[in-house]
Design a protein around this ligand. Sequence first.
Ligand SMILES: [Zn+2]
Length: 383
Amino acid sequence: MTNLPLEWALLLLPVAYLVGWFMSKRKNKKARRQLRFSNDYFQGLNYLLNDEQDKALDVFLKLVEIDWETIDTSLALGAIFRRKGEIDKSIKLHQNLLARPSLPVEYKSRVLLELGRDYLLAGWLDRAEGLFNEVLKDEVYSQEALEHLMAIYQQEQEWQNAINVARRFKKDGKQDFRPVIAQFYCELSEQAHAHGDSKEAEALATQALSADENCVRASIILGNIALERGRYKKAIRFYQQVEYQDADLFPLVIDKLKVCYGNQSNLKSLITYLKNVQRNHPLISLLPALTDLINEVYEKDAALAYLSENMLQQPSLDGMKKVLDLKAPSDDCPESYLPDVVNQMLLQKPDYICKHCGYSANTLYWLCPSCQTWSGMKPRHHI
Ligand SMILES: [Zn+2]
């Protein structure tokens, strides 16, 4: 500036004045805008506090157009609507946001995710699926979208889609999806088996085992297929895997093992094997099954001797029932009602209990109907 001729400097004076005037005008305008903005914002909050959500919704939707950074408030409002079961309102809100051409790209996936959640709750699974698939394109929200997609495919029993989605989860994520993928393969395997395609069922159960070598369900399926084909040794190998995969589930295969060993006239070996399993896993009770076997292969006295040796270490109603069954108190004995008492008590006990949520049933569900956890249900022990 110092090198400019004086007249140039004089000429620039009005320009500088004009710029200054313009800037102060802008500043005032901005301040006025901010004031109006915060007034509207507090008005919106006021509506919310007075439970006038429709009015609050109108205010926040207007504000978001002025400043998209207020989108958090709008989305929080949507979540409130959803929690209160007013899904039509949260759908309206999210659709309204999506329809605006001014919606910044970085917010689009978030709004899509929220609208997908609305559709999910409304039971429009197809629409929700479409939105979550769109969210997948955005790395930031893809994991959340995958979780929702997996829940949809699980609910719809679209197991192959569920497998594809589960495989897309980040390897370094918190949850290990391999056991879940194995369960999906087991579902497909059981479907194939139900349609009479045991070869396909075998291939799918093998895939389940390669996804998760500790998948008890897959070993049982493969054991059952081998058993159907009369390949007892092979079946035994699969059933015996359960001891190492999840000892809690071992009681599920005892009857099948009995069929296999029985067909080979080798029940004595089964008794030895089961006693070994019992020694390795004291927390599971094989006492009722072993008592039956000893009674069948040897004699009643041997079974009673086995019970008297083991009942105190593993006290259970099941064991008590075996004692009473073998002793069979005669009708004229004053304690003849005891077997009925124990039977009644056992009938009140569920056969399976979910370790995660405590849900109990007399049928084994691989997917707990209550907490939706795979392989959470275990046979009851020590009751
Ligand atoms: Zn459960």
